[in-house]
Design a protein around this ligand. Structure first.
Ligand code: ZN
Length: 244
């Protein structure tokens, strides 16, 4: 059994009728609906406006894979929570950053770069699987089209991924590293670009397949307990630089 927590900022759905029309129960519940059909997954949801921003210690500390969707309220996520998420990843928790979560605090903390990119409004995207033997590509076709998706283009300021599984091509000619994997501490991180809030992207079967696969890929073999985890103490304690 894999404990999956789907965290969503949840503000667009509250503030925009057009977004609420696409995701009446919120993006988090749309994702929970398709992941929840797998009996091996224990799926929970959380939103920014829940108590403790949806991630009190008991929830975070019992999460094997955390999915994160955010856009307009990245700054409302407390730094203290970001450090807890970061430390949990160091100890083995999987982290899946979706779409505009490229600018979320936990993703930027895990990457250590600006994570900036080029963007413009809706365009047709063709998603190419360039690493068909990767676990996240299992059952995914060589390519498929997303009729309307926000264009994200290079340069995407991320550290060179350990693995790139998908490249997005847009009708306007841009390309983007749309599905990327990194190893951080004992944890695994996946970034997946499609999923703009105004588009019904999370209803597309291939997109659902990729996210489902990513949960299994990111799930840890085991999460090291806090006391045993060598990275859980303040990282600066391990730095012995020349200026001390
Ligand atoms: Zn977007």
């Amino acid at each position: 059994m894999i404990n999956v927590t789907i965290w969503n900022e949840g503000r667009h759905e509250k503030e925009s009728e057009s977004v609420a029309a696409v995701y009446p129960k919120g993006i988090h519940n749309c994702i929970a609906d398709f992941l929840g059909t797998d009996e091996e997954l224990n799926v929970r949801t959380a939103v920014l406006d829940d108590p403790d921003n949806g991630l009190p210690d008991d929830v975070l500390n019992s999460t094997d894979v955390l999915l994160w969707w955010g856009h307009m309220a990245h700054e409302c996520v407390p730094d203290e929570l970001v450090e807890k998420v970061y430390n949990r990843v160091m100890c083995g928790m999987g982290f899946i950053a979706l779409h505009s979560a490229h600018f979320s605090k936990p993703f930027k903390r895990l990457m250590g770069t600006t994570c900036s990119l080029k963007w413009r409004d809706g365009d047709r995207e063709r998603l190419w699987c360039i690493n068909p033997s990767h676990p996240i590509a299992k059952g995914v076709p060589e390519s498929f089209d997303i009729p309307v998706e926000e264009m994200y283009g290079e340069r995407f300021d991320i550290p060179a991924p350990d693995e790139t599984v998908f490249i997005g091509w847009f009708k306007g000619g841009e390309v983007f590293r749309s599905g990327n994997c990194w190893y951080r501490g004992l944890g695994k991180v996946f970034y997946f670009q499609p999923g703009h809030e105004e588009n019904p992207t999370y209803y597309i079967p291939e997109v659902q397949k990729i996210i489902h696969n990513a949960v299994y890929w990111a799930a840890p073999e085991k999460i090291v307990g806090e006391i045993e985890c060598p990275w859980v103490e303040a990282p600066e304690k391990h730095y012995d630089g020349p200026n001390k």
